[in-house]
Ligand binder design. Sequence first.
Ligand SMILES: Nc1nc2c(ncn2[C@@H]2O[C@H](COP(=O)(O)OP(=O)(O)OP(=O)(O)O)[C@@H](O)[C@H]2O)c(=O)[nH]1
Length: 335
Amino acid sequence: MTTSSPTTPEFVLLTGSLGSGKTTLLCDYLSLPESADTGVIVNEAGEINVDGAVVPSGRRDLPMTLLGNGCVCCSFGDDLHSAIDELLEARRQSGAGEFRRIILETSGLAMPSPILRSLMRYDRAEYRLRIVSTLDAVDPSADDVMFPIRSAQLTAAQSIVLTKLDRVSHGAIAAAERVAREYNPAAVLVTTEDRSARARVALAPSELEAKTVASQFQAIAATDHSRLGVFFAQWPGSVPWADLGDWLEDLAGLCGDRLLRVKGLLSVGGVPRPILIDGVGTTFAEPRWTDAELAAGRGIVIIARDVSLDELTNMSGAYSSDVRPALRATSKRAA
Ligand SMILES: Nc1nc2c(ncn2[C@@H]2O[C@H](COP(=O)(O)OP(=O)(O)OP(=O)(O)O)[C@@H](O)[C@H]2O)c(=O)[nH]1
């Protein structure tokens, strides 16, 4: 098990739906002095990498790799690893020192979970991982087709950046904020209209802002979105490792891509120091010991799409009562 220090470089997954302003946000960031130690990987779903052509226009010296061959979450294979390795190797050879940050702009169709799974080998020890999602304030709601992707992107994010605020009324901004909160009440919401300030807060947060991001893991989400349920699983005492692993595996198996986010603090294996459980979709980060207090009880928040409390309760019914969590819905619609 590994830990990261505040100076550990970070890997930022920049996600958000098609046309929601990811490339614009990235370009705004790249025009800031803070971006000097940043590497960039751009992925587009289509065959022509338009974003790749747009991004470097302001910075000729920008360390950037393009990831072609379609959407990164479906076809990354070894491509993403090669892109990262190439970027790191080129940086090493340039003698310019380590990156402070690598930003991967995903295609608007990408689900975050498969990408995170692929990034696991770079996570924790070498890089901290952070997910930033854009949300278009002009058109924040999603139809039935786009809902699964949009909900996966927004619930995974530690920060949600509202874009195109200059094009909408105050009323529309408030409505977009409500939509963002419905998806992910625990995310830091960036609503700054000034584009440089917005890029700075979203992609290079100060230590204070970064702490706010970290503390979100302890927030219990509450949403009343009609298709998103937030549930809380609470164990009576310390959970044996094997039972916790089995339970999380069953949860992932039951929900599949309806599982959006899992996070919580638990006492495991009789150790009083809590462990952080952190999953995006069905991809779980390596559990980490934390120094957090287990004040309000030990448990896991589950955010899922189109999942009922009954389904979760039935799944848990297979476990003996001493290792079975008590489950309740914390969002209004799921209750
Ligand atoms: N007025 C205004 N236009 C914006 C803003 N952000 C993005 N746009 C415009 O919205 C369009 C799409 O922006 P992009 O940054 O390319 O969006 P994207 O998410 O990278 O798009 P894909 O890569 O296709 O998913 C472009 O025409 C941008 O100029 C904003 O804050 N204000």
